[in-house]
Design a protein around this ligand. Structure first.
Ligand code: 7TS
Length: 413
């Protein structure tokens, strides 16, 4: 079953060749990069798009009436359209460029939350949120007197959805949750959660940091109001991300950052603002980043997100099965469907020590709390070690990881 992926029509071996960094050696060993949930590697198509932009079109957008500025503006706005198409958004006006998931969520918490959240309102989250989908809501709650409420996580890493009717009450103004958990690999039933929230009139925000580059994500099919993701986790550059917001909601939101690009007119006393999305993009944006993200999207689409998902979940299930066979190993997350990662704990070995041991063999894992401190506390763990995959990873690399981890079992015992 695992090897089915190699019979699929995609030439995964050729795809791997398109990532120059995968030829690196680390401590004299060929690099095995299993830290994709933190950030992905970049294909030549993206590196070339960045270089091409700076070599041929670089200028500021929406300001100068000269040829290069027109080209840069066109490329930047085409990138916005590319993102809209990728997400199945109704219009490019629903796409705000940000620095990444974290900034997208902070934008909603400040601009939307500042206007629409008040004392006594409830913001519903889950216990599996990354700190970036928790701390901005804590700050908003402190400012407004709103309360936070959490959907619990079960022992198997899934959400305790039977508790949703008691939690999703009319005081809930916003339900924000992750699509795929970055520690557990859980894939949440986004469409169903959005449907239930909408039935009560609550706004939904989906943290798609771990899903946008891994599985088909269509905002209209999901029925969400906001969706946030980062370019760097899906083959794009760092420093660029997206906030999708439904047009009628974005239009009602005040600006959050003030400055150039976002205004219509300014007097010394007062300003008027552009429509969304430009109202939310003060200052010179990350033009090259947006262009790089558009190139990444084109690249991912040329492979197909369904194929990427099939490939990555095969790797993750194979890894989870292999890991479970090691003595003293606890594997976190759901047994069945999981995203492209697996978190685990080796008895008696701190995740940092295990990760350092792996690094000496050229294997990049991640050890720690993964910005999920409340979740780690819930599971009674200081942290986990995590292997996270992408479509350029192989079964052979997982077999090598297992050899290294078997050596670690011997070393630490
Ligand atoms: N939400 C989730 C679910 C994430 O996994 C991350 C980053 C973020 C939000 C924040 O994304 P950023 O691009 O704004 O930083 N997750 C991880 C991780 O698991 N290891 O390093 C970063």
């Amino acid at each position: 079953m695992v090897h089915e992926i190699f019979r699929a029509s995609v030439d995964w071996r050729a795809i791997r060749q398109e990532f120059p960094i995968l030829g690196e050696e680390v401590h004299g060993q060929p690099l095995i990069y299993f830290d994709n949930a933190a950030t992905s590697q970049k294909p030549r198509a993206v590196l070339d798009a960045l270089r091409d932009y700076y070599e041929h079109d670089n200028a500021n957008v929406q300001r100068g009436l000269h040829e290069l500025s027109s080209r840069a503006t066109e490329a930047y706005e085409n990138a916005r359209q590319g993102v809209a198409d990728y997400l199945g958004a109704a219009s490019a006006d629903e796409i705000v460029f940000t620095r990444g998931t974290t900034e997208s969520i902070n934008l909603v918490a400040q601009a939307w939350g500042g206007k629409f959240i008040g004392a006594g309102d409830v913001i519903l989250l889950t216990e599996m949120e990354h700190h970036s989908n928790l701390v901005p809501w804590q700050l908003l709650a402190e400012r407004t007197g709103a309360r936070l409420r959490f959907v619990p996580v079960r022992e198997d890493g899934t959400l305790a959805l039977e508790q949703l009717p008691a939690l999703l009450t009319p005081e809930v103004k916003l339900f924000a949750f992750t699509h795929v958990s970055n520690s557990l690999g859980t894939i949440n039933p986004v469409a169903e959660l959005c449907r239930q929230a909408r039935a009560l009139g609550a706004i939904t925000l989906v943290d798609a940091a771990q899903s946008a580059g891994h599985l088909p994500v269509d905002v209209q099919e999901l029925g969400c109001d906001f969706l946030a993701f980062s370019g760097h986790k899906m083959c794009g550059p760092t420093g660029i991300g997206v906030l999708y917001g439904r047009a009628e909601i974005l239009e009602k939101m005040p600006p959050w950052h003030g400055g150039g690009e976002m205004i219509v007119s300014v007097t010394l006393e007062k300003s008027t603002y552009k429509k969304a999305p430009h109202r939310f993009e003060a200052g010179t944006p990350n033009i090259a980043g947006a262009i790089g993200l558009a190139a990444a999207i084109e690249y991912l689409e040329s492979i197909g997100r369904a194929a990427i998902f099939a490939h990555d979940s095969e790797l993750a299930s194979y890894a989870a099965e292999q890991l479970a066979e090691l003595p003293g190993m606890r594997v976190l997350g759901p047994k069945n469907e999981r995203g492209a990662l697996v978190g685990f704990v080796m008895k008696g070995v701190h995740p940092h020590d295990l990760t350092t041991f792996a690094d000496q063999q050229g294997l990049a894992l991640r050890g720690g709390h993964h910005c999920n401190q409340p979740l780690m506390r819930k599971f009674g763990l200081p942290g986990t070690t995590r292997a996270s995959f992408y479509f350029y990873n192989t079964i052979t690399e997982i077999d090598r990881m297992m050899e290294i981890l078997r050596a670690a079992v011997r070393f630490f015992s």
